[in-house]
Every structure is written in C-alpha cells, then in structure tokens.
Design a protein around this ligand. Sequence first.
Ligand SMILES: NC(=O)c1ccc[n+]([C@@H]2O[C@H](COP(=O)([O-])OP(=O)(O)OC[C@H]3O[C@@H](n4cnc5c(N)ncnc54)[C@H](OP(=O)(O)O)[C@@H]3O)[C@@H](O)[C@H]2O)c1
Length: 344
Amino acid sequence: MAAIMSTARPLPRINRQFKLAARPVGLPKESDFTLVDAATPSLAEGQALVKTVYLSVDPYMRGRITGIRTYADPVNIGDVMQGGAVGQVGESKSPALAPGDFVLGHWGWQEYAAVDGKSVRKLDPKLAPVSTALGVLGMPGMTSYFGFLDICKPQPGETVLVSGAGGAVGSLVGQIAKIKGSRVVGIAGTGEKIDWMVKELSFDSAFNYKTTPDYGEKLKELCPNGIDCYFDNVGGSTTDAVFPRMNTFGRISVCGQISQYNLKQPEPGPRLLPYVLVKQLKVEGFIVTRFQSRFGEGIAQMAQWIKEGKLKYREQVVEGFENTPKAFIAMLEGENTGKMLVKV
Ligand SMILES: NC(=O)c1ccc[n+]([C@@H]2O[C@H](COP(=O)([O-])OP(=O)(O)OC[C@H]3O[C@@H](n4cnc5c(N)ncnc54)[C@H](OP(=O)(O)O)[C@@H]3O)[C@@H](O)[C@H]2O)c1
C-alpha cells in the first residue's frame, strides 16, 4: 500500500508554466513563450508533488521547438516547454518519495509537477549540490565523459581540440582530456571564457573565434603537431577549418552544431570528405542517451575527479522562474560561462 504523507504547508493553487507560443524563426524571442497560471496538479496514487528548484536551459531545446522530429518528438505550440529540472518533494503518495527529498526529472518549465516515483532520480544533497545533477553530474557531464572518451579514445601526448569550450560540455571535455594526458586547445566566444579555460582549467591554449580572423592560421600556430582528437560542439566555419589540420587516424566526436541551430537557411559548406579519406579519420556523431546504462559509472568518476580537485565546474545561475526564456536565449547567445541554470 502506498504511504500517504503530507507537508505542513497547504498546497499552492497556482502553477506557473511556460508554454511554447510560436515556433522561433532564427534566434528565439521571449515572445515565443507565454507564461500561464495553471492549476497545481492533483496527485494520483504513486505520485508526488515536486516544487521546482532548478531548471536547465540547454541547446537541444532549440531543436525541439522547430517542429521537426529529430531524435525526439518536438514540443507543440501550447505545450509546456520540455526540459530537465531538479525539485523538492512536497506532498507524496509514492512510497519511493518522502517530503523533503530532492529529485531530478524531466517535467519542463513549470514550478510544480506531479511525478511518478519511477520517473525521477533521487538526489543526495550531502554528496554534491543538487544543481550539479543538471550539469557536471548530469546530462552535460555524461555527454562530455562518454562522448569524448568513448569516441575519441585519447592517447597521452595527443593534441585535443574542443570547440564550444567555455560552456557546460566543452569545459569538462577539455579537463578530462588534460586528466588523460593530452595537450588541449579550446575555442570559445568571449575573453572571459578564454581566461577561465587557460588560467583555471589548465587548457594549454585557447582562442576567441569571434576576434580571430583566420581560424586555419590560428590552428596551425596553436596546434603545431596537428590535431589528433576534435570534440565538436559548434560546427560551421570553425569545424571547416579543423579538418585540414587533423592528423592521420584522427578522431572527431560530433557532439553539437550550435552555430547552425538558429540559421534561417542551411549554410552551404565545403566538401570535407576528402580529408576523411586521405587522413583516414573516424568521424562519429552521438546522442548521449546512447550511454544511459553507463551513467552510474560516469557520475562516479566525475564526482571522484571533483573530490580530487582535478575537475572544476562553473554554474551561471539566473534567478527567478519568470526569467527562464531570457536565460535560454542568453545561453544561445553565449552569455554563459559553464552551465546555465535557472533558480526558481
Ligand atoms: N550529442 C549530445 O547528446 C549532446 C548533449 C548535450 C549537448 N550537446 C551539444 O553540445 C553543445 C554544447 O552544449 P552545452 O549544453 O555545453 O551548451 P553551452 O556550451 O554551455 O552553451 C552554448 C554555447 O554555445 C556557444 N555558441 C552559441 N552560438 C554559437 C556559434 N554560432 N558558434 C559557436 N559557438 C556558439 C556559446 O558560447 P560562445 O561564447 O563560445 O559562443 C554558448 O555559450 C551544443 O551544441 C549542444 O547541442 C549534445
């Protein structure tokens, strides 16, 4: 029989939600989302009411609101925006969840949700701040760990290049590469990110793609022995400049193509397959859920590296549920250093 517990506080009646109002054309606008007051959901047996504490804003959300099915269903107009969240259990009709528990789930941009015990993962706030379940010890962290190590298989002394290196995934990839004994070069779009990567995260060098006129020349200078592994978060002209600098038997992990997500028309690109042929490159895309069954291993290793001081992470926290679309757009525009989160 399900345990029925309740909190001292009465149930809130209003549940603020952000719904998709329009399919964005180019960079999303705040008016593409509407803030609505819905009723707080009632609980069925086996469910608990969670109050959102942190919301994640991630680049993949841009793909979900285009209306085209990629590897997941799109968000429809009028739907609550999808997304990962951390919340705290209030009332519970689930034997698995007690009031006060922190959980990670996927209930999207809303302040309250009724969740099944099985659809969420319980978090231990004594092990790590609960926000890390959306970053370094969550989906972005697992993306960097498995997407880099499993696909690039870096060897000590090799040169690793990371684009989007000042963000949630890229900043971790660069540090994992250092832990594995690589020489690491990062690419990002602000001077602050470049300083952070080189001064605090021990990247060997880095450059700002927004202020560098010739990426090919810069890569020649910063990667004099060529590039063995490229972890690609951005695509576009940055990646076009990387292929000619790849070493024979180099590996490219195609994680993201954020430079393309807001384009109104697809960009024509150069023909890169001749480099894949003559340099005998391995180029592999991945979706992190491929590694879901091994997340336990990845989280344990990342947590250990944090404890040992080998892995650092940064969270940029925007305060207030009402600022969620702003935070999402700011992340797409590169205003975040490390993982962008909303504190509700
Ligand atoms: N394959 C998977 O399963 C998987 C899972 C998670 C994430 N991803 C991908 O990994 C990438 C990074 O995700 P994240 O969560 O770590 O985001 P993030 O790097 O924390 O934030 C996005 C960053 O992208 C950069 N950016 C925006 N427009 C750009 C452009 N036109 N050219 C180059 N860089 C641009 C911005 O930094 P700058 O200041 O450097 O421009 C921005 O801060 C994304 O492409 C995402 O789609 C893939």
